[in-house]
Design a protein around this ligand. Structure first.
Ligand SMILES: Cc1cc2nc3c(=O)[nH]c(=O)nc-3n(C[C@H](O)[C@H](O)[C@H](O)COP(=O)(O)OP(=O)(O)OC[C@H]3O[C@@H](n4cnc5c(N)ncnc54)[C@H](O)[C@@H]3O)c2cc1C
Length: 441
């Protein structure tokens, strides 16, 4: 049902992403409320030969959501529509933090999440956003139904019974197949996580990588190139009651430690490059140990107020220790050292054609740099290393690949391209990013 149509529309509103490294001036901004509104906008744009893009939370580091055409925000499409057992149908613009709260009120949760909760569900899943856990897939793998507006403004629905192949492919669509207006998520009963954070010798963690990453449900570690020790985070699913950190402890660790103090130290390193190596060491030595039990999403996700740029690659799980050794070697030769830790995670293989974990158990290596500090030589060097492992870049994070270098890394690349040609033959959803990574329909 469409109901009353209300657009908060504007022309030429400058738009930028969270990191501030991508900007655009869309010809027009729309804030539709219903799928019918989205279809009307797409139909009109397609007829005029104009382009349409959706921006979710604007948290991609790439220009995936940038356009000089029509930009849609689905912030007014943010409701839970129905709950059927563990299957929850939501409007595509709902932010993860609101979704998590509303799921919790219903005794439900998503089984795994990434580091933050401010993305829209459609933005997160369109780029295959993931957390960590070798027995857990990315968020897109939880989609069991969807509604999508295709390039000519047609509204199509797909679920496990009806059009299952469209469902399989469109769960990670990069915004290239159409505009998701609803998704149905297979949730799990709400659960708590016990989070244990320890400081361990990096050499031990790398030598026993497979066992460390399988030592409990959700394992990740943070390391600073050149440092001998790393911070290992183990999150274990538990029936034990929540024993969250005190408010003061949370403010100290998450707001002051991970954001305020961290940001100050990074600013010093950026301003005085000669001090950057010392700054990098200080950052790792400040990592502390923690043991708390809390609601799953509160453990998975943290506030991020220090702005940075990031590149993340998925490679075959077993290749991670070798790749890390090469990255450490690379960073010792960089003119400007990384001031952010490297993050290492893992996830299960899946069957989604353009999921970065398609067909292989994946190890994730994420490199970051403080915003405004030089990152190009670092990221390009890491990317060259990742190429040797047929690395797949996160679709929402910086990389320098093109369709020529990416196609052979995805066994079902052509399946996706065929669907794109069918759903958006005239390229209504094209933008510069899609032209680079997929080519034109
Ligand atoms: C601080 C920070 C932490 C992060 N942590 C993680 C992490 O832990 N794990 C991880 O995997 N990633 C992480 N990311 C990356 C982030 O999850 C992805 O880039 C995600 O796509 C951002 O979601 P968004 O809602 O902001 O989408 P946007 O960046 O706004 O859009 C992403 C893409 O989705 C498309 N899109 C949005 N809505 C729709 C729709 N309704 N229909 C079709 N296409 C749509 C856009 O057009 C664009 O192509 C992080 C990013 C930041 C900045």
């Amino acid at each position: 049902m469409s109901g009353q149509r209300v657009y908060a529309a504007g022309m030429g509103v400058p738009t930028k992403n969270w990191a501030g490294n991508q900007r655009c001036i869309p010809a027009q901004v729309h804030q539709p409320r219903y799928a019918d509104d989205v279809a009307t906008i797409v139909r009109a744009a397609a007829a005029a030969g104009e382009r349409v893009k959706v921006i979710g939370g604007g948290h991609s580091f790439t220009d995936a959501a940038m356009t000089d055409g029509h930009l849609l925000s689905l912030d007014s499409m943010n409701q839970i529509l129905s709950v059927d057992g563990n299957d929850v149908t939501v409007q595509a613009g709902i932010r993860l933090r609101d979704l998590n709260d509303q799921l919790f009120e219903r005794g439900l949760a998503l089984p795994n999440l990434g580091d933050i909760n401010v993305q829209s569900i459609a933005g997160a899943t369109s780029t295959a956003t993931h957390g960590t856990g070798i027995d857990f897939g990315n968020i897109s793998t939880r989609i069991v139904g969807l509604e999508i507006v295709t390039g000519d403004g047609t509204i199509r629905r797909a679920d496990e019974q009806h059009d299952p192949e469209l469902l399989r492919v469109a769960r990670v669509g990069l915004g290239a197949l159409g505009i998701l207006t609803e998704v149905t998520l297979r949730c799990v009963p709400a659960f708590n996580l016990r989070a244990v954070e320890t400081i361990e010798p990096l050499a031990d963690v790398l030598a026993d990588f497979g066992n460390v990453m399988r030592s409990t449900d959700h394992v990740e570690f943070y390391m600073m190139p050149g440092a001998r020790r790393c911070q290992v985070k183990r999150n274990t699913r538990t029936d034990a009651p929540a024993q969250p950190q005190s408010t003061m402890g949370y403010v100290r660790d998450k707001w002051i430690g991970e954001n305020l103090a961290f940001g100050t130290v990074c600013r010093v390193g950026r301003r005085f490059p000669a001090m950057a190596p010392k700054v990098a060491k200080l950052i790792m030595s400040a990592a502390s140990e923690r043991d708390v039990t809390d609601r799953s999403d509160k453990v998975f996700c943290s506030p991020r107020h220090v702005h940075f740029v990031e590149m993340e690659y998925g490679i075959p799980f077993d290749a991670v220790p070798d790749a890390i050794g090469r990255i450490v070697d690379l960073t010792s030769r960089l003119p400007f050292p990384p001031m952010f830790p490297i993050e290492v995670r893992a996830s299960q293989a899946d069957d989604i054609p353009l999921s970065t974990a398609n067909g292989r158990e994946s190890g994730w290596i994420a490199v970051h740099q403080y915003i405004g500090a030089p990152y190009e030589a670092y990221f390009q060097g890491v990317e060259q290393i990742m190429n040797d492992y047929a690395g797949r870049p996160h679709w929402g994070k910086l990389h320098f690949q093109s369709r020529h270098t990416l196609a052979h890394r995805y066994p079902e690349w052509q399946t996706f391209i065929d669907w794109r040609n069918q759903l958006d033959p005239t390229g209504t959803f094209r933008n510069a990013y899609l032209d680079r990574v997929l080519g034109q329909p």
